[in-house]
Design a protein. Structure first.
Length: 72
């Protein structure tokens, strides 16, 4: 026989808070997994390093100026 459980307002609040924390933990874990994938990809890391070198050397343009060029 199934047992009926009644939740009061405090129980509902606790469940909502728990769900919110689990959602936050899931997003954090997803971000961490993505970071690990990037860090373990030698080609991606090389591209990031080259991009950083381009920034330091001034070999970049602002998005605004690129969009203006494309509009012409």
């Amino acid at each position: 026989m199934a047992k009926t459980v009644y939740l009061d307002d405090e129980d509902r609040k606790l469940l909502c808070e728990t769900k919110k924390k689990l959602d936050e933990a899931t997003k954090l874990m997803s971000g961490l997994m993505e970071t690990l994938e990037i860090l373990s990809d030698p080609k991606m890391m090389q591209a990031i390093e080259e991009g950083q070198e381009d920034i330091k050397a001034g070999r970049v343009k602002e998005l605004r100026s690129l969009l203006k060029e494309e509009a012409r």
